[in-house]
Design a protein around this ligand. Sequence first.
Ligand code: NAD
Length: 516
Amino acid sequence: MIIPPFRNEPSLDFSKAANRSDFAAALRLVHDRLGRSYPLLIGGSEVGTDSWVESFNPAHPGELVGRHAAAGREQVELAVAAGWAAFEEWSRTPLAQRAELLLRAAQVIRRRRHELGALMVYEVGKPWDEADGEAAEAVDLMEWYARQALELPARDRMAPNPGEITQFRYLPLGVGAVISPWNFPLALTTGMMTAALVAGNCVILKPAETASTTAAWLVEILSDLGLPPGVINLLSGRGEVVGEALVDHPQIRFVAFTGSREVGVRIYQRASVVHPGQRWLKRVQLEMGGKNAVVVDETADLDLAAQEIALSAFGFQGQKCSAGSRAVVVGSVYDDLVGRVLERTERIRCGDPVDPEVTLGPVIDGDAEEKILDYIQIGRGEGDLLRGGGRVSGEGRFIEPTIFGGVAPDARIAQEEIFGPVLAVIRARDFEDGIRIANSTDYGLTGSYFSRDPERLAFARDHLHVGNLYLNRRSTGALMGVHPFGGFNMSGTDTKAGGPDYLLFFLQGQSVAERL
Ligand code: NAD
């Protein structure tokens, strides 16, 4: 199969009237489809249960986006059996055919990009450009993994051994669980799931409760492309019930998880237990949270730094694992930079993200709202509240973009992931102190460093210990195939989604030698 070189899907320019009216039309269309009920998918059959999980529009918490059958242990057994029943055929399906499936799925997502974007506006409160960017990222991931899969056979070149024919090849693992978070419900679910599939595995998807509808639409798109029954199974439901039952199941071969540190660590522990009848050690990939820093020294372009700090901290309401929730600023430019960040933040428009002018939507649900407000309360005792600090009136779950200044590096709001629109600004003595402060959390996902000094930029390269380091640009917005994504330390197992090695997690190498 000959396919053109990989190119990222271009982002849409919403300043063009045609793009705006297309997206607005998609919002109206999708609005009419909200509130539907969705079954599980097991072995190609729709399966109902007697309990549900529901997802609501965080801008209008009374508006039901989707009602999803909630799986329990019984459905986990059925799905695991269905996955293994499909595995024999799927694992032997030619690689090119599996890769082609991803390319066809990418085509469908391209065609339905506005619809999927619109759904995420309603389901998780993404502003237009964030929602559209996510649909583009889902396309990128499939295009990238299809190409990576086709390159796998080229990795088999081993040294010759006279008197033997030798071979090295990659085999799929089996049936695995994909457990996805709500904040990138399309892209991250697509990424983990399609990488597993193209490698020849069968998947049981357990999406986040608050974003189950986006996951259900994605599964429908993939199923409609003619995947054999059982290759993808959808088990919506509660994490602590169905997620945990999947992780514990002795016939689950791998777990690909993206989500919080707390749940990730729990999965890591549980998956290490070898249950009776289990014939392997489960392979586990965990991509977890971050407490990412944007460091600014006195030589930096302060306007650029301020703009990128505001985007890193408040893009998608600060609910990105890559969010720059700490700004670490060298003392001599601290006041100047903070002034510019405050000025940038004033331009943020908060509201229902169906409005194209809105740049800050709601946080995901009542629990998140409460947690963020609790942290703001803690912040009042740990720093100077420079702006924000409360809810925005109205029925939605809106929280003002909030900035605390004069925060100590070891304060709780400088160490713990808040996952909301809250920025802690920390003063550093000099650039080396700034980098030391940036490295002083348990996490290590993304980090930015702003400077005009090439030697300091080189120093930052060598000393800022994060999986995704950005120099003179914001901490968010990784492009798949360009910035392989994954974190160090308590941010995860550094799997580097959208990178050259990602598929290897879903494969095992086999060496074959034949005496001549
Ligand atoms: P979460 O950990 O609450 O949930 C993630 C998934 O795990 C959901 O599907 C949930 O139902 C499931 N789950 C919950 N309890 C479980 C259990 N006991 N066993 C098995 N599964 C269980 O995370 P979230 O709130 O959906 O997502 C936000 C978090 O994800 C943040 O911490 C964010 O930083 C992180 N995240 C990381 C990355 C990354 O690439 N590193 C990307 C996106 C989000």
